[in-house]
Design a protein around this ligand. Structure first.
Ligand code: AMP
Ligand code: MG
Length: 407
């Protein structure tokens, strides 16, 4: 149907452009911070005051006037300040105050001397080293000014982001509703995981892995079960999936007589933007639209399903979530054993990344092809063998795509 097979990057660009062209205002909901994790922020959060709100000591020691706290000088210690204490009285000349990490400097103090570099004799303190002005405290307002933007809409909420909301006094956050992703597996051989398979049946692991990937990516999975390789069953279940923003199907997109997904979708009015990508596993991946639903027809072999979901479905999910699409987090590692693959396709090989003295090394795992889920469960990444460089010797750098969940 399409003249030249797309590279995976070109296919992703198509997904991103289509998802952007379909963006409509999303509904929002207010969530307590711990439930807001992995949502996309829908409001702007501003700081309620300066941060830090006072000159905050970063050490246990003595708050001093720096000009006075020099070697051979001795200052009288007139009290102590611990974290949380209210501090009003200015530091008088010739004195110092014992101070704890996190406590507020008294007015007039311009440095903290670490306790390790002082000597105490009764209420007198002497100093081993010269003291610099501004040492060992974070000045008031240096992290954030009052009323400044702390978190912007479109931000993905991770643990640091919810911590900022907590810090500035927002126990709840207005977030975008997560996109709902319908998941439909196909195949006469596929049985529910709660049933005993016949000798020639296989359990529906794709619906499980896809739901997990949807969840990890920040979507809400809606599993629709399995459709038989029959027009009536497929159409009825696809019809249910078309109520959602994205429908992900597994299986039925190859060239076999019973691979009916594309033709059934076409009969329901779908248009397709690609139906093959120059990758292995995952070459017959299909992307299109039917009514208002984006459709991913992913090949049914489990590793193909997993790889193509990560490459193509996540960018759509990101954009519909209200966020920019995340780049593929490639990194470079040294190949621990040479590889040789078929040219013309970019290969994503289950592999294991380890670090030797902070230097990444990657080893491709033995596997029996794209049905080998067990091999993938031993992996933590995919080693990428580019379509135009099918042979890579040991010791050469290769690109590695971390799995989205275990690295
Ligand atoms: P297909 O893409 O429909 O030709 O499926 C290719 C192979 O993937 C099948 O022969 C099955 O072994 C496997 N497969 C298909 N669907 C599933 C599924 N839902 N769960 C696990 N394996 C599947
Ligand atoms: Mg099939």
């Amino acid at each position: 149907m399409f003249s030249r097979m797309l590279t995976f990057s070109e296919a992703r660009e198509i997904v991103i452009a289509q998802a952007k062209s379909r963006l409509t205002p999303r509904s929002t909901l207010s969530l307590p911070l711990n439930d807001a994790l992995s949502h996309i922020l829908a409001e702007e959060i501003r700081t309620d005051r300066e941060y830090p709100p006072f000159h905050r000591s970063t050490r246990d020691g003595y708050a001093v006037h720096s000009t006075e706290a020099q070697p051979n000088a001795s200052l009288r210690c007139v009290g102590e300040i611990k974290a949380g204490d209210t501090v009003h009285s200015p530091l008088s000349p010739g004195t110092c105050v014992q101070i704890m990490t996190g406590a507020a400097l008294p007015p007039g103090a311009d440095a903290v001397v670490m306790i390790e570099f002082t000597r105490r004799d009764g209420d007198h303190v002497s100093f081993e080293r010269p003291t610099q002005s501004r040492q060992n405290f974070v000045p008031r307002g240096s992290e954030a000014s009052a009323g400044g933007v702390a978190l912007s809409p479109g931000l993905r909420l991770g643990y640091a982001e919810v911590a900022v909301a907590a810090q500035v006094g927002h126990p709840t956050l207005r977030c975008f509703q997560k996109p709902r992703i319908a998941i439909l597996s196909t195949g006469d051989e596929v049985v529910p995981i709660t049933e005993s398979p016949g000798p020639f049946h296989i359990r529906n692991s794709n619906s499980v892995s896809l739901a997990a990937q949807v969840q990890l990516a920040g979507g809400t999975p809606l599993p629709l079960g399995n459709a038989l390789d029959r027009v009536d069953d497929l159409s009825a279940k696809i019809e249910q999936g078309l109520r959602e923003e994205i429908l992900v199907l597994s299986g039925g997109v190859s060239m076999g007589k019973y691979d009916l997904v594309e033709s059934v979708l076409k009969g329901m009015g779908a248009e397709f933007y690609f139906d093959a990508v120059a990758i292995r596993p995952g070459k017959p991946a299909v992307f299109g639209r039917c009514r208002n639903t984006l459709i991913f027809g992913l090949p049914g072999n489990p590793v193909s399903t997993m790889v193509t979901f990560q490459l193509f479905a996540i960018p759509a999910l990101d954009i519909l979530s209200g966020a920019p699409s995340r780049p593929l987090p490639f990194l470079e590692a040294t190949l621990a054993e040479s590889v040789k693959e078929k040219p013309g396709l970019t290969h994503f090989l289950p592999a294991r990344l380890t670090w030797q003295n902070a230097r990444p090394e990657v080893r491709v795992l033995r596997w029996q092809g794209s049905g080998d889920i067990g091999a993938l469960a031993q992996s933590n990444c995919f080693a990428v063998v580019p379509w135009d460089r099918p042979e890579i010797p040991i010791g050469e750098p290769v690109e590695v795509l971390p799995r989205m969940d275990v690295l």
